[in-house]
Design a binder for this molecule. Structure first.
Ligand code: SME
Length: 158
């Protein structure tokens, strides 16, 4: 599925349903249909660690320290990381040893990170600036629809 179709489906989902968890789960199911994506999911900050949230793909690490891995870097630096080769990223956390590339975006509400969106691929250099732009657009659609509001209370790291 391409980004335009994913964005269309997410907007339709948000129009039909108001429950934030249902909206997040189905949004991730749409994102997971991108070509060559092996995992797509969200980690939410619980005040101490990033904890696994809704996702599509194989079972993954439950908890990530905010200083660890690509997820921790994106969360702490409030910056999207496009990692062409995860084996070159110091401290990369391998939840699936077949992963070769990754993109992680911080989820920012009112200037503070509340979690991250993480996509993995078995294909080297799968993600680029276009993915960053489109996934940031998707996150802002979800943020504007209020789906992350229930997780606001746990923020506080940044
Ligand atoms: N690779 C991530 C960990 C999360 S899994 O990929 C689902 C990282 O280095 O933070």
């Amino acid at each position: 599925m391409d980004y335009e179709r994913i964005i269309f489906n997410i907007k339709l989902q948000l129009h039909k349903e108001s429950n934030p968890l249902a909206n997040l789960c189905n949004s991730l199911a749409f994102i997971y249909e991108l070509e060559d994506v092996s995992w797509a999911g969200i980690y939410f900050f619980d005040g101490n660690e990033l904890v696994l949230g809704p996702f599509q793909g194989k079972a993954a690490c439950n908890r990530i320290k905010p200083q660890s891995g690509v997820c921790g870097a994106a969360f702490s630096d409030l910056k999207t990381y496009v990692v062409k080769n995860v084996h070159d990223f110091p401290g990369h956390i391998a939840c699936d040893f077949n992963t070769n590339s990754e993109i992680v975006l911080p989820i920012i509400i009112d200037g503070k990170a509340i979690g991250v969106l993480d996509l993995d691929s078995y294909k080297p250099a799968r993600f680029d600036e276009y993915d960053k732009e489109k996934l940031e657009q998707i996150l802002s659609i979800l943020t504007d629809a209020g789906v992350f509001n229930i997780f606001k209370k746990t923020r506080g790291f940044n």
